[in-house]
Write a protein that binds this ligand. Structure first.
Ligand SMILES: [Zn+2]
Length: 372
């Protein structure tokens, strides 16, 4: 009895991602897109998006924008960020080891024993994050991996050898871990934060085209660069587009895995649907529209509260151009900023559906002010 009721209460799940779109997603995730060096990923993304848009453009730092109805004066943005956290070569020792600094919030704790790609003008050079053997650490107080003690070994024993491979200070470094599907339920990979977002907004454009939907406004599908170092790409493109509305998608923490406090981080889980955010940067009436659309369409959703800003590109859009009504739809994710970021397939479908249905419910020239 209880079980039956539970099943009845479970919102129906409508698959959105197709075999063909999944092929693109895998290729897009496996392509490195370090912050500040997103070009190759942006090309892949635009190639996928092009059949579904009227025109596109790129800004000076590489933010890519697909536009539907470019002549419309009322402009709605749907946005995600394209960049992947990485490392920079910072110091090459005389015996050929390499010390690094962060490019974005790369996690020193997961570095030892990882394989990496160092991106050089001459192509990709392989290296590994070495670490002293457990035997040699015996009896001593364990030293945790920190920025000051993690190092790369690219198989060279002198600085000159390293340089001969094309490696110099300022080369960027990404992990080599690739996309996989776990238990037919989770997508796993590097930088699903937030390339899952770029994928989802492209899928929204695909649905609009395939379902022959006409929007009464201009739609700007924006894949911003440089989010991981402070929302910089979004800041730049918000000034250029000057939108009337912005719906941003990014990832948020699944808090049901070990060592995360629900008391401070909230109670959010993969598989339970898109996450809507409550924060001063999120415009109340736009947020209400998202929630109404979710309820009307039986799309499950979760709620998250943030002090002040959201820490996502939402803030960059909200506080641009004298204030742009902005909202955030987050995708719950496990193990953020590791190489095994995990998101639930159904959540990906549901974020796409929620953005899509929300667009269909925004009217031309809609005014989101509480009163005027
Ligand atoms: Zn991130």
């Amino acid at each position: 009895m209880a079980k039956k009721k539970e099943e009845e209460n479970k919102k129906k799940h409508i698959p959105v991602v197709t075999k063909k779109s999944l092929q693109f997603f895998e290729k897009y995730i496996n392509n490195p897109a370090p912050t500040g060096y997103e070009w190759e990923g942006q090309k892949l993304w635009l190639d996928y998006l092009k059949p579904y848009i009227d025109e596109s453009f790129i800004d000076n730092y590489g933010t890519a924008v697909g536009v539907i109805n470019p002549k419309a004066s009322y402009k709605v943005v749907i946005e995600a960020h394209a960049d992947e956290i990485s490392w920079y070569v910072n110091y090459i020792t005389s015996d050929g080891l390499i010390y690094v600094i962060r490019n974005g919030g790369s996690d020193h704790q997961i570095a030892p024993s990882k394989r990496v790609n160092i991106h050089t003008e001459k192509g990709t050079v392989k290296a590994v994050f070495g670490w002293p053997a457990i035997h040699t650490r015996h009896g001593e107080k364990e030293e945790a991996p920190q920025l000051k003690n993690i190092f790369l070994d690219c198989g060279c024993t002198t600085k000159e050898e390293v340089e001969k491979l094309g490696i110099h200070v300022g080369c960027v470094i990404t992990y080599e871990d690739e996309f996989m599907v776990l238990n037919d339920r989770y997508y796993v990979g590097r930088a699903l934060d937030n390339r899952a977002g770029g994928f989802m907004i492209a899928e929204v454009a695909r649905l609009l085209k395939e379902n022959k939907k006409k929007l009464p406004f201009g739609l700007y599908i924006v894949n911003s660069v440089q989010e991981e170092i402070g929302l910089r790409g979004a800041e730049m493109i918000a000034q250029r587009i000057k939108p009337n509305v912005a719906i941003v998608t990014d990832v948020t923490h699944d808090t049901t895995t070990p060592m995360i406090s629900k008391i401070t981080q909230g109670d959010l889980a993969c598989g339970k649907g898109p996450v809507v955010s409550y924060a001063p940067a999120v415009q109340t009436n736009l947020n209400k529209l998202l929630i109404k659309v979710a309820e009307k369409n039986d799309i499950p959703f979760q709620r998250q509260a943030s002090s002040r800003s959201t820490g996502t590109d939402t803030d960059a859009f909200a506080y641009s151009n004298g204030g742009v009504p902005s909202a955030l739809i987050s995708l719950p994710l496990r193990y953020m900023h590791t190489t095994v970021e995990m998101v639930h397939k159904e959540d990906v479908d549901n974020v796409i559906s929620l953005i899509y249905e929300s667009l269909l419910n925004i009217k031309a020239e809609q005014d989101f002010r509480e009163f005027s």
